[in-house]
Design a protein around this ligand. Structure first.
Ligand SMILES: Nc1ncnc2c1ncn2[C@@H]1O[C@H](COP(=O)(O)OP(=O)(O)OP(=O)(O)O)[C@@H](O)[C@H]1O
Ligand SMILES: [Mg+2]
Length: 394
């Protein structure tokens, strides 16, 4: 229904934001889907089905319409049907600017499937998956994130950097460049007599990138805190208090960026032998952490109950959705895998209400269709089984 979809997508969402929505999706050789063509009305989507039916796979395919490795952080050869070869995801997206076709996947090269995914916008190749952010932002909450607060800092850092990327398109490039420079330095330090001038050059680059990464994270945190504050007062989800821990993030509290950069460059130079002995760079933005507290209880998130942690996570993803909508003028697409688990009925209904207010397209999954009844005709429903999805007409 392209014309209805157009109207729906162009309809202002909450507070005058435009809504971006996936209006058609086609998968080829994508995990358990040999081929799947899904006509969507642009509404939210509720997908139910038994375990192993392909619900999370579908959400993962949508998540690849954003930079990075998607909701499972999967390798490309895991995604292609039966562990290898090519696959494709093609989507039509209606957003404030009209309609755009986005595509991604792995194509066959002379030596077998290519190792990097390709990205197309309106059927023309683009050099970087960051270009997808010009058309669509995708946020998600999945069961693997249930351990976010209790798990290792690396998980929270990835969450943080993805959140930053969804409002700052250059953040991914900066983070990748830093990682690459740091790997270069670690390799050099492992040599018996590393070239000092080369180390100087790499460390200067690392300092510049490191401070840019820390500054972008701080900016995100300040905006997120403000957004949580605004939403929190009338939310069914507990407000989170956020803080960043990290040497550069901390230094930016008291010093100008230029000065922090110089201090970090000097620290890297002074710590060469310690880092060489450790076999890695011990200080930098790759060691930072996102600290989350349950504000009303004044309790670290990791000490909260499973349900409380889930509610905190939902609050965070909703705040992020509002932040993206406010900064870009367009609501993101929100993927909520097994969202009903751990949420009591009141919270579930509050979530549906907030999604309605926000006006965003959400893809929600569950094994029990009944819990989504309160969504009424705000959602299109589909049932996954045997590599197929039967969609009810919207
Ligand atoms: N590369 C692949 N090729 C073929 N099948 C795959 C591939 N990767 C995963 N699968 C299969 O896809 C099926 C569906 O997985 P998915 O995680 O989407 O299920 P689900 O509906 O979310 O189930 P649950 O309710 O248990 O979360 C699984 O049986 C899995 O083995
Ligand atoms: Mg699943």
């Amino acid at each position: 229904m392209p014309s209805d979809t157009q109207t729906l997508a162009a309809r202002p969402a909450a507070a005058g934001k435009r809504r971006a929505a996936v209006t058609a999706l086609k998968l080829t050789r994508y995990r358990n889907y040999a081929t799947l063509t899904l006509p969507l009305a642009g509404l939210s989507v509720v997908l139910t089905g038994q375990n192993g039916a392909g619900k999370t796979n579908l959400l993962e395919a949508v998540s690849l319409l954003s930079p990075g490795r998607g909701i499972r952080a999967a390798r490309l050869d895991e995604i292609a049907m039966k562990g290898g070869g090519t696959f494709a995801v093609a989507a039509r997206v209606a957003n404030g600017a009209g309609e755009v076709d986005l595509g991604t996947g792995v194509v066959a090269g002379p030596m077998g499937p290519e190792s990097k995914r390709r990205v197309h916008v309106n059927h023309a190749p683009v050099g970087s998956s960051d270009a997808l952010l010009d058309h669509l932002r995708v946020l998600w909450l999945t069961p693997t994130m249930d351990g976010l607060f209790t798990g290792p800092p690396a998980d929270r850092r990835r969450y943080l950097d993805r959140a930053v990327l969804s409002i700052d398109k250059r953040h991914g490039t900066r983070a990748n460049a830093f990682e690459k420079a740091m790997r270069g330095r670690n390799r050099l330090l492992a040599e018996p007599a590393p070239d000092a001038a080369w180390l100087d050059a790499i460390e200067t680059e690392m300092a510049e990138l490191g401070v840019a990464i820390a500054a972008a994270r701080r900016e995100w945190a300040a905006l997120a805190v403000a957004m949580i504050d605004v939403a929190g007062r009338r939310s069914a989800f507990p407000t989170a208090a956020l803080a960043l821990s990290g040497s550069l993030e901390g230094d930016l509290d008291g010093f100008a960026a230029r000065e922090v950069e110089e201090r970090y460059r000097k620290l890297l130079r002074d710590e060469r032998s310690a880092d060489a002995a450790a076999g890695r760079t011990l200080v930098g933005p790759h060691r930072s952490d996102l600290l989350v507290r349950h504000a009303p209880k004044d309790m670290p998130a990791e000490s909260c109950s499973t349900g409380e942690q889930k509610a905190l996570l939902v609050g965070l993803v909703l705040a992020q959705a509002r932040l993206v909508a406010n900064l870009t003028g367009e609501t993101p697409v929100i993927l909520l895998d097994e969202i009903a688990a751990h949420l009591d009925e009141t919270r579930r209904e509050a979530l549906f209400e907030v999604l309605g207010d926000l006006g965003a397209q959400a893809f929600m999954t569950g094994t029990d269709a009944g819990v989504f009844a309160p969504l009424g005709d705000a959602a299109q429903r589909g049932r996954a089984h045997d590599g197929r999805i039967e969609m009810e007409p919207a």
